[in-house]
Design a protein around this ligand. Sequence first.
Ligand code: ATP
Ligand code: MG
Length: 404
Amino acid sequence: MSEEFQAPRGFHDILGDDLKRFRKVTTTVREILKKHNFEEIILPVVEFADLFERSIGEATDIVQKEMFIFEDRKGRRLALRPEGTAGAVRAYIQSRLYTKRTYHKLFYEGPMFRHERPQAGRYRQFHQIGVEVFGAPQPYADAELIKICWDIIGSLNVKADIEINSLGCKVCRPAYREALVGYLRGVEGKLCDVCLDRKERNPLRVLDCKVETCREAVKEAPKMVDYLCEECREHYSKVREYLEVLGVRYRENPNLVRGLDYYTRTVFEVVSPDLGSAVIAGGRYDHLVEEFGGPPTPALGFAVGVERLSLLVGTPGEDDPVYFIIPLGDVIPYAIEVADTLRKKGKVAELSYRGGSLRKQLDFANRMGYRYAVIIGEDEVREGVVSLKDMETGEQVKVRPEEI
Ligand code: ATP
Ligand code: MG
C-alpha cells in the first residue's frame, strides 16, 4: 500500500485479539469504579495548549517535546490532550461542580496524544482511563485509590508492583529541593546531558532518570521523605497505615517523582517488571484547582494506560458460543427468521455470507472457532426444524429453532 494511505507512525488500529484484551481491561476497570460510585465524564480531546503548559509544567517532557499543537483559524494555539487531569480540572471549575456537592469522584476514558518515539507499549495515540477525586483531603482517599489499582491488577491477574512515595507540599518541598540541587551539583560529572540541564530547573526529575550513570549518581541523594513537614509526614503515615488495613502490598520508592509538576504529597505507580515501565500512575495534586481559578480543592487521581495494561492480560477465553447458520438453497426467509429467533433467545447467531458447499461452510465454521453449525436445507424448512451440529463433538440433531 502506498505510504500516504497508511496510519501515521505511532497511530494504531485496535482489532481482533488486541481489542479483546483492550476491552477486558476497560470493562474490568469500569466495573471496579462503578462499585466505588465513580461518575463518568466525557471530556474534549482538544483544549487550549496553555492549559497543559501551565498545569503539567514548562520543564516537563510532555510540554517540552511531546505535545501535538496546532492553530485554529483565528491563530489560537490548541493541543490534542496528552493527559486527562488538566481537562478534568478545567471542566470541574467551568461547570462549577464545587457548588453542587463538597466532593466529586469522576472518571473518563479516551485517547491521549503524545509525540514520543514509538516502541512497544509507547504510542503517539494511546488510551487512558483516568480517575479524579476533587475535594478530598483525607489520607484514606489516597489509600482507596491505591486499593483500586490493587484491585485492577488483581482482577486482571497481572503481575505488577505498587510503588508509593510522598513529594511533600509547598511548605516542605523548597528546603528539600535546595538540598537536592546542592547534592546534584556535587555529582555533576556523572549526570547525563538531559539531567545536567534539568538539575536546576526540575531537579526532582533527575531522580527518575533511566540512564544508568544518573541512577548511580542519585543513590546517595537526599530523600524527600526525610524532609517532610509534620503534616505531610502524618498524611503519608496514615496512607501507609490504611494500605496495611486494606491488605495492599506496596513498596516505598523514595526516588519516585512522576513526570508532571502538579503533584503534592502522595504519588504512586503500578510498575510491571516484565515491561519495565508503569501501567498505572497517579497522585495527589492539592493546588491545581486553585491555580486555575477554582476554590481551594484538595484532589487526587490516577490514569490507567489501557494498551500497556492490555499487553499483560491474557486473551479472554471462550466468549459466548457462536451459532453459525448455513442456508442451503432457496431457504433465506426461513433462515433469517431462525437467526432472529436465536438472537431473541440471547444467543450469538451469525448468518453465513460465505456461500459454497456445505463442506466448505463447515470448514469455515471450524476455522473461525464457531461452536455450532445450524444447517438449513429445504427438508428442514418443510419439517420446521434445523440440523444443529456441535462442531466440537460432531454430533448432529434435528431440533425446532425455539428449542435450541
Ligand atoms: P512513561 O514514564 O512510561 O513515559 P509517563 O509518566 O509519561 O509514563 P503518565 O503521564 O503517568 O505516563 O501516564 C499514565 C500511564 O499512561 C502510564 O503509566 C502508561 O501506562 C500510559 N502511557 C503514558 N504514555 C504512553 C504512551 N506514549 N503510550 C502508551 N501508554 C502510555
Ligand atoms: Mg512519558
